[in-house]
Each structure stands twice: as structure tokens, then as C-alpha cells.
Design a binder for this molecule. Structure first.
Ligand code: SF4
Ligand code: SF4
Ligand SMILES: [Zn+2]
Length: 387
């Protein structure tokens, strides 16, 4: 049988029990890079799921403009395919190139490729690290991220990180005083048990809160992503209040709110979420989710839950910000509902693309981030570079 490149990279033996693997290993449409029973056994024993990092020589374009409208004014950069946090709602796992559960691929040589790309580029859009992975998920990745941060700061390339991982102090030192850096910390509840269930390998809430405190101490523009909220798990009025008020106490610059979406074109995305609920004795939740999804719709390729349900919860966050009288702005991710926003930017900031002049990168003036209708496009065509 001929396997796709992702399955070819998966070992022939289960890395937990050493037994033979009959690839592709599937439960319904869900792929696993080891025996599903070993995956679940490991979770029950350790309250974490197993993950194996496999080096993959990376030959693609390291900085890419992806198709989603809101990401077109940025370059996306992922250091891995798949992510070892293994969040049960993970959007990355719904991508066709995603490795099966329990495996992630390290893009070997990625840092050199990024440097090469930038050194040969005329225009560089702000770099988003990392839309479908976490740039600080391991110590090894954190080292690469610090190296890239030094490079971006040195070249004057705007960039930002979205993470659940531990932000090293070194990184804050590198970006201190650089105007084009922002940190977005993802955290949808302070409830440790719920987080362990939903994001089995990600660091606990206190570590993520510490990232926010340190970022603020270093003068970094800091965003809390309450994203994605998971109905009946993270979004009770008490949970939303506790998290949002803590963020406001810490004077985060911006909050992003959103609800979970299930990729409509990938059956395994929702299947895995329900598989996980079932394996954790939460069949009752599946029925409730089905009802909410049935009353929902599809936005940008994602099936989302009932509008009214989302609106009430997302409005609570806005109300809390307004009541406190905080300077914090508020935006929503793929939710619409512009009337709830405070400010006009979903992420709270907008960095300009930069262009090369006299050997240095300087901001392109007048960029509104609306590439689709831009009258002075900075990159007329995606520049295709020879490697
Ligand atoms: S941190 Fe993001 S990319 Fe990583 S598993 Fe969680 S949702 Fe997926
Ligand atoms: S200048 Fe135009 S094309 Fe370039 S990032 Fe801004 S909006 Fe997009
Ligand atoms: Zn096994």
C-alpha cells in the first residue's frame, strides 16, 4: 500500500509499547501515530497524551501568505507540522498535511530558510508565529524562536507570537523596545482540570498568566486570547468573569474572544472531539454540542454553534471590560458581531509590511491590512523564490 508522505514518516512500531503498527492507524476517520489503546492508556496513567517529534526535511516556502482573508496581510510561519500540546479542538489537526495524533514533525532547517527568504526579499509582511502550531511548545522550539526573534529585531521585521507555552525571559530581553512585536497568550479558562482535559499537554494557567505579567513588565503589547471558548466547559458566567477580570487586573492591552469551530471539510475534526469526550465519560456533552451545532452555521469553512449562545457569552466579556473602565480593547476571531468590539482590530494591533531601502527594512506607509482591496499592493504577486 502507498502511503501519503505524512504516514511514511510515522514509525512502523508503536513508540509506547514497541508493537507493530498497521498503518494507517485509524479509529473511524481519526489517524493515530501509535496504537489508539496506547495513546489512551498513556493519557489515563499520566494525564498527558504521548507525542513523538520526528524531523522532517523542509523544502517549502517558510513564510507564506495563506488564503484566509484576515491572514492575507501577514506571513504565516510554522516551525512544526502538528503540535505537541494536542488540544482536543485543534484546528491544525484538521489540515490535510497534519500528522496523525501522537506525532508532530519538526521542520528541519526552517530557521536558515527564513533567514534566506528575508535576505532575498524586497518586501516582508508582518510574521505571525504560528497559526497552526505553537512556537514555544518545547525548549528546543523556544531556542529556535529566540534565534528568529533576534534575527527579526535585527532586520526590523514586525512579528508576533501566539502561544500556550512558556515564554523564555531571553525572548523578552530580545524584543524589549522593539515597536513591532506583540505577544498573544491563549487561555480560555483558569480551571486546571478543564484545561487538562481540553489541552492535555499544554502548560497550566498560572504559567500562562506569568507570561502576561512578564510581557507587561517588559513593555510588550499583550493580548489574552479567550479562544476558543468551549460551550459548557469554559464559558460559565463565573469562569468568564474570573478569567477576564484577572486579565483586566493585569492590564492586558487587548482581549480576543471566540468560540470553537469545527472544520466543515474534515470529518475527523469533530469526530476526534467527540471521541475524546466519549473516552472521558462525557457522552452527555456530545448531545448538547450536537444541538448547538444544529442551530449554528458555517463561517469561513468552520461549523460554529448557535449565534445567540455565542453572542451572550462574548457580550459578557465586553461588558466586563466596559464596567471596569479599562483601556483594554476587544475583538472577536471569526465571529462577526462587530458591535461587540471595542476598537477596530480583531487582534488589537496592526503591524505594517516592511520594504527594503538602502539595505534596511522600513515600514510601508498607508497599509490598512486589507490586501483583497488594496490599491497599492506591496507584493503584487506572491514572490516565488528559488532555493
Ligand atoms: S496549541 Fe494550537 S496548534 Fe497546538 S495543539 Fe493547541 S490548538 Fe493546536
Ligand atoms: S500594503 Fe496592501 S497588499 Fe501589502 S499587506 Fe498592506 S494591504 Fe496587503
Ligand atoms: Zn502500542
Amino acid at each position: 500500500m502507498r502511503f501519503s508522505w505524512t504516514w511514511q514518516l510515522v514509525p512502523d512500531e508503536c513508540y509506547v509499547c514497541g508493537g507493530e503498527l498497521e498503518k494507517p492507524v485509524k479509529v473511524g476517520n481519526i489517524g493515530f501515530g501509535l496504537h489508539p489503546e496506547c495513546f489512551l492508556g498513556y493519557w489515563r496513567e499520566r494525564r498527558q497524551v504521548p507525542t513523538l517529534g520526528i524531523k522532517r526535511s523542509f523544502g517549502g516556502t517558510p513564510l507564506k501568505t495563506v488564503n484566509m482573508e484576515c491572514l492575507q496581510s501577514k506571513f504565516s510561519l510554522n516551525l512544526t507540522d502538528g503540535c505537541l500540546h494536542e488540544c482536543v479542538y485543534c484546528y491544525a489537526r484538521a489540515m490535510p498535511s497534519s500528522p496523525p495524533h501522537g506525532i508532530f514533525f519538526l521542520r528541519s532547517g526552517i530557521v536558515e530558510r527564513v533567514k534566506w527568504f528575508v535576505r532575498n526579499a524586497r518586501v516582508v509582511k508582518p510574521v505571525y508565529m504560528s497559526p497552526v502550531s505553537d512556537p514555544l511548545a518545547t525548549g528546543e522550539l523556544a531556542k529556535l524562536t529566540v534565534e528568529l526573534a533576534k534575527f527579526f529585531v535585527g532586520e526590523g521585521i514586525p512579528f508576533y507570537l501566539v502561544t500556550k507555552g512558556k515564554v523564555p525571559l531571553k525572548l523578552f530581553k530580545v524584543v524589549e523596545g522593539f515597536p513591532f512585536f506583540a505577544l498573544q497568550v491563549s487561555l480560555n479558562t483558569l480551571d486546571r482540570e478543564v484545561l487538562r482535559l481540553l489541552e492535555p499537554n499544554a502548560p497550566p494557567p498560572d504559567l500562562r498568566i506569568r507570561n502576561i505579567i512578564r510581557a507587561k513588565n517588559h513593555g510588550v503589547f499583550t493580548v489574552l486570547r479567550e479562544d476558543p471558548h468551549m460551550p459548557f466547559l469554559t464559558d460559565s458566567p463565573e469562569q468568564i468573569k474570573e478569567l477576564t477580570c484577572l486579565a483586566l487586573d493585569l492590564e492586558v492591552d487587548h482581549i480576543v474572544g471566540s468560540f470553537v469551530g469545527m472544520r466543515a471539510s474534515s470529518v475527523s475534526h469533530k469526530e476526534y472531539l467527540y471521541f475524546w469526550f466519549r473516552e472521558n465519560g462525557m457522552d452527555w456533552l456530545i448531545k448538547k454540542y450536537e444541538k448547538l451545532f444544529a442551530r449554528g452555521s458555517v463561517i469561513s469553512g468552520y461549523r460554529i454553534v448557535d449565534w445567540r449562545y455565542r453572542f451572550e457569552k462574548l457580550r459578557q466579556i465586553r461588558k466586563l471590560i466596559v464596567e471596569v473602565g479599562a483601556k483594554t480593547t476587544y475583538g472577536l476571531c471569526m465571529e462577526g458581531m462587530r458591535g461587540l468590539w471595542i476598537g477596530d482590530k480583531c487582534e488589537g494591533f496592526r503591524f505594517p509590511p516592511v520594504r527594503r531601502r538602502d539595505g534596511k527594512f522600513i515600514p510601508v506607509e498607508g497599509c490598512g491590512g486589507e490586501c483583497k482591496v488594496c490599491t497599492t499592493p506591496c507584493t503584487p504577486r506572491q514572490v516565488k523564490l528559488e532555493w
